[in-house]
Design a protein around this ligand. Structure first.
Ligand SMILES: [Zn+2]
Length: 507
């Protein structure tokens, strides 16, 4: 049985259908040349521009297509886009574990043979570990050793992931608590998430451990789950199946056991799905020494602060989604009021093109046939859970035909781009005659906003406040829209500091 965490993986998550109206090539004059699908991985235009579709999301950024063709012309795509040669790679940090490996390897290869997958096993060894190399040699070409690139468990796993030739990678320990039979369950559920955790602490999972370890492990997981606001019950289980291309690109630093949490949290912050599969954990009898336990604990605590910063930075894929439930009362009020105003102003206007959607919960409230657009792919990956088709594109060259949407929304975006950029023109271009444009941005003429922003910049350096490069006032925004022929209809504010204005394009 697969146990998933509802917040991470609602049922309607997966690869929403692409928008109905053909997308337009952003590398050709805007809005003119349709893109057609080529397999399920590419979109091409009649003039030969070619764009990738990644995880069901077309990536239509001008420049993206050139990078792809240059890479293929050179015959060597960048490392992380290297197509997998095998189905599965099993990575085992095998630092002085020859005794365990002797027993494990026959079981492991027998389980892997049973999956029908084309696989390899990578044993990451310390320098001079001839015993492990000897064991590997007895298992044929599918088992090889790899010298660790640094010292410690984390370095070994990262070394293995970097070298993996499989489309998926399993990380496991060489000792008894990670029985190889469980790989079959992980393999069967590989489509469920990009990171699948063998979990001791979800329903159906269990850990047979000495009391002291159970208590420490539970506390550790509780601290990480609550502190980092990730609803995963077993973040410290190192037995996992991962999609190689998803984890290979993550900026990981941990060298020791803290890699286990770092990898999960970082993957989640990049918008990848995490799910847990119930697992019975039975460590070897003598267990880890108290000194080793202390070392894990210290490594974990050391990484907590770094992971907390990552979780709470605007770079986290679910930042906007989480803000709706923020523990900071003002932020929660702000997000929920914005949600109410925006949904009111778009109601009854038909399908919405949400430009600069981020990972906001507004996406989940858009009517049928709406499309969510953002320049940040990882935010769209997270937003797949809302079940709305997503397109990765720039607001400067929207990949849509003129007048193709009866309602266009852009909330909290225009303050992030220069005033002389084509953004406002683009919003008006894709809006259908007679359609409604809803634009939200801070009102810098208000008394409250500049004060709030100064406080925000102080308490959250690197937050959104520092990215607000275009400061609009209400008269200025009204004039900008009037100059483009749009008529102002109605507006709302959040405490007078953020304005959300609705305009009508002449029919
Ligand atoms: Zn083109």
């Amino acid at each position: 049985m697969l146990t998933t965490v509802p917040e991470l993986l609602p049922a309607r998550t997966l690869a929403p259908a692409p928008p109905q109206d053909p997308l337009r090539c952003p590398a050709c004059p805007v809005g003119t040349v349709p893109l057609v699908t080529e397999g399920d991985a590419w979109l091409t235009c009649a003039r030969g521009h070619r764009f990738p579709v990644r995880d069901g999301i077309p990536v239509l950024l001008p420049g993206e297509e050139q990078r792809w063709s240059r890479a293929s012309a050179a015959g060597a795509p960048p490392d992380h886009r290297r197509p997998p040669e095998l189905d599965l790679t099993v990575v085992i940090p095998a630092l002085a574990e020859a005794a365990n490996l002797e027993g494990l390897m026959p079981q492991l290869t027998s389980v892997l043979d049973g999956t029908g997958a084309d696989y390899e096993v990578l044993l990451v060894v310390g320098t001079g570990d001839v015993e492990t190399q000897r064991i590997a040699a007895t298992h044929g070409h599918r088992v090889r050793t790899l010298a660790e690139a640094g010292r410690g468990y984390g370095s070994a796993v990262r070394t293995g992931i970097a070298a993996a030739r499989g489309r998926y990678v399993v990380s496991m320990d060489s000792d008894h608590p990670h029985p190889p039979e469980f790989i079959r369950s992980l393999w069967d559920q590989r489509e469920a998430a990009e990171l699948l955790v063998a979990s001791r602490y979800v329903a159906g999972g269990r850990a047979t451990m000495p009391l002291i370890r159970t208590v420490l492990s539970r506390i550790l997981n509780l601290v990480f789950r609550r502190g980092l606001a990730i609803r995963v019950h077993d973040m410290s289980s190192g037995y996992r199946l991962m999609r190689t291309d998803a984890v290979r690109r993550l900026p990981l630093q941990a060298r020791d056991f803290d890699l286990v949490q770092e990898l999960l949290v970082t993957a989640y912050c990049h918008g990848w799905r995490v799910a847990e599969l119930p697992f019975h954990y039975q460590p070897r009898q003598h267990g880890r020494s108290h000194a080793a336990l202390l070392r894990f604990g210290l490594a974990y605590l050391g990484s907590f602060r770094r992971l907390w910063m990552l979780r709470n930075s605007i770079a986290a894929a679910d930042y906007d989604d989480r803000a709706y439930d923020s523990v900071v009362p003002l932020q929660r009020y702000w997000q929920r009021t914005r949600f109410r105003h925006v949904t009111h102003l778009i109601a009854g206007e038909g399908p919405v093109l949400d430009v600069g959607c981020g990972s906001s919960r507004i996406i989940g409230a858009l009517p049928a046939q709406s499309v969510a657009v953002d320049v940040l792919l990882h935010k769209l990956r997270h937003a797949r859970r809302f079940g709305v088709p997503a397109v990765c594109a720039s607001g400067f060259a929207l990949p849509f035909a003129d007048g193709s949407y009866p309602c266009v929304l852009s909330s909290e975006v225009i303050e992030h781009v220069p005033k002389d950029s084509p953004m406002l023109d683009e919003l008006c271009r894709v809006l259908a005659p007679g359609g409604r444009l809803v634009v939200g941005t801070p009102d810098y003429a208000s008394r409250l906003w500049p004060v709030l922003e100064a406080i925000y910049a102080r308490v959250a350096p690197g937050g959104y406040a520092c990215e607000h490069i275009s400061h609009y006032t209400r008269p200025e925004l009204l004039a900008a829209m009037a100059a483009r022929g749009l008529a102002y209809e109605e507006g709302r504010t959040i405490l007078g500091a953020e304005m959300i204005l609705a305009f009508r394009k002449p029919g």
